[in-house]
Design a protein around this ligand. Structure first.
Ligand code: FAD
Length: 405
């Protein structure tokens, strides 16, 4: 059988390798508009490639129109992905919180090994070739490429063209309009894992502060979503995994009343502060040191100014009611948000091909036999921490396995 794959990101690469593994007699051609395969993969994890996460499961992900992702994870979860990577000479290591990296800690090494693996498996890689049209000829797919004209007919076609996120790295979704002929209707892409814009004195005062926080995205009083993680204050607003994970909720440019609630005392920190305070209540102990025990100095200074508390104040001048108010303020910092910073700053995107249009047991289109999807082109996005490569690799492996049957 003869396979065409559009898009040589991780989803396309793993589809191709899986087809060849299932049957080396199959011929596989993979097209990518970029000069090299895996352009985005190369940039992942700040060059260290956070390739999967041991906690990834169907509930980890967000979709504009949700579907049940469990058929994918039943076949290819993080454990199977690590086994597959290991078999390709990409051994992996795991951090305490389950984030998985290649043992080389190098995205460049991973891309090189996968480039070699494709060549070794006999996959034909067509770099710098953008596919512009898809035509059905009987039951086969013929592609038109920019500059190079029409391709040979393919028995099966796997579409792994990614999302609109990070156009700087060649993201391009123009091919999706070709799918209308089969009855597919793509959902508008929504930037995700993006930094957040906001205005206010707090950003000047706290620029550069990094702090772990429980984060809640709100519109007015309505809760949109939650996250936990590092939050970084910048001159334009907020960055860091804690806020990136909820950034897709702030995508409507016309929406009003977007808010972030930051709890700077996640887990048992408020209990810890209770202990420190009550150990020194009525004593001549600096009140600031209670907070400096767990929070960044700049943040504590900022809150002292807000509370109109002198920096030199001692615990004996603070009664327990005032202390409780201060704790509540730290647990409930409300920040008005302008929106997320868009596709140029978003590492991934929701939207794309709706899950209802794809059989997630096989990744085959429900609209057109012989057409398969994998990766970020589908309406699925995960949080920071290796979840998006997990989705791309898992669905790539599944599409390759099923298409080659
Ligand atoms: C800066 C950055 C850091 C990231 N870090 C991480 C991380 O550490 N961990 C993690 O899990 N995720 C990370 N991600 C997200 C992750 O890279 C993506 O989710 C993943 O690459 C998606 O894989 P994909 O194969 O579906 O799509 P892509 O990797 O986007 O690949 C799609 C490919 O299709 C090609 N293409 C599109 N249209 C055409 C066409 N018409 N003709 C030919 N080729 C076409 C594109 O050129 C592209 O190469 C990061 C993303 C960015 C931008």
């Amino acid at each position: 059988m003869n396979f065409g794959i559009i898009g040589a990101g991780p989803a396309g690469i793993f589809s191709a390798l899986m087809i060849k593994e299932q049957n080396p007699e199959h011929t596989v051609t993979i097209f990518d508009g970029n000069q090299k395969i895996g352009r985005k993969l190369f940039a992942t994890g700040n060059g260290r490639c956070n390739i999967t996460n041991m906690n990834a499961n169907p509930e980890s992900y967000y979709s504009v129109k949700p579907g049940d992702l469990s058929p994918v994870f039943a076949q290819f979860g993080p454990k199977q992905i690590r086994e597959k990577l290991n078999s390709l000479n990409i051994p992996t290591v795991e951090t305490e919180d389950g984030w998985v990296y290649p043992q080389s800690w190098s995205a460049a090494n991973v891309v090189q090994i996968l480039t070699d693996a494709l060549q070794y498996a006999g996959v034909e890689v067509k770099n710098s070739v953008k596919v512009t049209h898809i035509t059905l000829s009987g039951t086969k797919f013929v592609l038109t490429t920019e500059g190079a004209g029409k391709t040979k007919p393919f028995d099966k076609l796997i579409l792994t063209t990614g999302s609109k996120a990070f156009p700087q790295l060649g993201a391009n979704t123009s091919i999706l309009s070709e799918l209308f002929q089969f009855g597919h209707r793509d959902l508008p892409f929504v930037p995700a894992l993006a930094a957040i814009s906001a205005k206010g004195d707090i950003f000047k005062a706290l620029q550069g502060v990094r702090v772990d926080a429980d984060v809640t995205a709100l519109q007015g009083k309505t809760e949109l979503g939650k996250s936990f993680g590092n939050v970084i204050f910048t001159d334009y607003g907020l960055n860091g995994p804690g806020v990136m994970n909820v950034s897709h909720y702030f995508s409507d440019k016309d929406a009003k009343d977007y808010l972030l609630r930051l709890n700077f005392l996640p887990g048992n920190l408020s209990r810890q502060l209770d202990e420190y305070f009550y150990a020194h209540i009525n004593r001549d102990y600096p009140y600031r040191s209670v907070f400096l025990s767990v929070l960044p100095g700049k943040l504590v200074e900022y809150f002292f100014k807000m509370w109109k508390i002198d920096w030199e104040t001692s615990c004996k001048r603070i009664d327990s009611r005032t202390f409780r108010v201060h704790i509540k303020r730290l647990e409930n910092g409300l920040i008005p948000i302008e929106g997320n910073r868009g596709f140029n700053f978003g590492q991934a995107a929701a939207g794309g091909i709706p899950l209802a249009e794809v059989d997630l047991h096989t990744m085959q289109s429900r609209k057109q036999k012989g057409l398969y999807f994998a990766g970020e082109v589908l309406d699925v996005v995960g949080p920071c921490g290796g979840y998006n490569l997990t989705w791309a690799i898992a669905t790539g492996l599944l599409a390759g396995t099923e298409a080659s049957k």
